[in-house]
Write a protein that binds this ligand. Structure first.
Ligand code: NAD
Length: 350
């Protein structure tokens, strides 16, 4: 109930809970939703210059980071709150949790609040596959998935749906994570192989995804593990001092990024000089810059996750709400009959 019986519908904010997000994914279907979010991200990347952009705002601590990720296209404003705590898993908690909000720029009023732990997994997977559509070798069939945690199934299903891979080779330092991922992919239609080392997982793979969580400069891939002609999708290096690839791999790769100002702080390229050449993905999508140019080339998507991807995903979800009704109205905004009489509204409520 609202505090004001005459409250306008505008004063109520639709909220998408985890429960409703799961219902939405099942109602729409995971492949359709991944494709829909990828299409939305692609369309928004193609109008890159209409967005306000800033590197996300981090608050670092010993165990992890809490970040705010804002953007606006002048009509709608969005932000995501997200954490990254690799040690959480040992305590039975998620490494990454998130929620986000959209607001109307003209009034400044929020128009939707949503869980984004699931939605982050969906948008990260959709982004990976969208980028691989531009950069991976044509007719790629096999993907190595290194790091088999919360994001991993979403990543593989998006690569199957959008890029048509048929085989996935799994590896994690924790065999229980690999077994979980393999079991979850049983009905996916993918041919799944559980591997004992990273090298084994990479055998015959044209697409190599690293998605591990460790708060250090790790070396998930060494230079000698990476042959020519592959596409690397490096997701887990997304914070200062948290990387996955040996620097020599970066020196052999053509590197593609979301927003260089953020990636130079957080991505694999924090290991390189500030002026090392990188290509912005929005320019590839618009055809202004080239993607893959030869079948010998190593392309690297140095993924860190950018605010526009969250904005696209939130807008996709918002568009689905009218038809599905999968939300609750939240009494989040004061709505006195006289906008200047906030105090009177409080008094009358006693
Ligand atoms: P998670 O904790 O659920 O899974 C991480 C997995 O990595 C675990 O199973 C762990 O055993 C494994 N691992 C750790 N070190 C490893 C190693 N050396 N070799 C192989 N496996 C190893 O985490 P998650 O939610 O799946 O997220 C994975 C990573 O992706 C995190 O670092 C997170 O910050 C990052 N992330 C990035 C984006 C983005 O947009 N780029 C989005 C979401 C998450």
């Amino acid at each position: 109930m609202t505090h004001n019986p005459n409250a306008s519908a505008l004063a109520m904010v639709p909220f998408v809970s985890v429960d409703n997000m799961m219902k939405l994914v099942h109602q729409i279907g995971l492949p359709t939703m991944l494709t829909g979010i990828a299409d939305r991200i692609e369309a928004d990347f193609k109008r890159w210059e209409s967005f306000d952009k800033t590197p996300r705002v981090p608050s670092h601590s010993k165990e992890g980071v809490i970040e705010l990720m804002p953007t606006s296209d002048g009509e709608t404003y969005g932000f995501k709150y997200v954490n990254g705590h690799p040690s959480n898993m040992k305590k039975g908690l998620q490494t990454v949790t998130a929620f986000g909000l959209l607001a109307d720029v003209d009034s400044g009023y929020p128009v939707m609040l949503s869980e984004m732990t699931l939605l982050t997994a969906l948008r990260t997977a959709a982004t990976s596959a969208l980028v691989a559509k531009y950069l991976a070798p044509k007719n790629s069939t096999t993907m190595a998935m290194i790091g088999n945690g919360a994001q991993s199934e979403f990543q593989t299903i998006a690569m199957k749906t959008i890029c048509g891979i048929t085989h996935v080779r799994l590896y994690d330092i924790d065999p229980a994570a690999t077994a979980k991922c393999a079991a979850n992919l049983t009905a996916s239609g993918l041919h799944v192989t559980q591997c004992n080392t990273g090298e084994e997982a990479m055998e015959g793979a044209q697409i190599i995804t690293t998605c591990t969580a460790d708060k250090q400069n790790a070396t998930i891939l060494t230079d000698n593990m990476v042959g020519s002609g592959v596409h690397i999708n490096a997701i887990g290096g997304d914070c200062p001092g948290k990387t996955e690839l040996h620097r020599d791999i970066l020196l052999r790769s053509d590197i593609f990024v979301e927003y260089p100002e953020q990636t130079r702080i957080e991505g694999e390229i924090q290991q390189l000089d500030d002026d090392h050449a990188v290509t912005e993905l929005w320019e590839v999508m618009l055809g202004r810059k080239q993607g893959r140019t030869s079948n010998k080339q190593i392309t690297l998507f140095d993924s860190v996750g950018f605010a526009i991807e969250d904005f696209s995903a939130l807008n996709y979800v918002r568009d689905q709400l009218q038809d599905t009704g999968l939300y609750q109205n939240l009494d989040m905004l004061a709505d006195p009959d006289d906008p200047r009489d906030l105090f009177g509204m409080l008094q009358r409520a006693s």
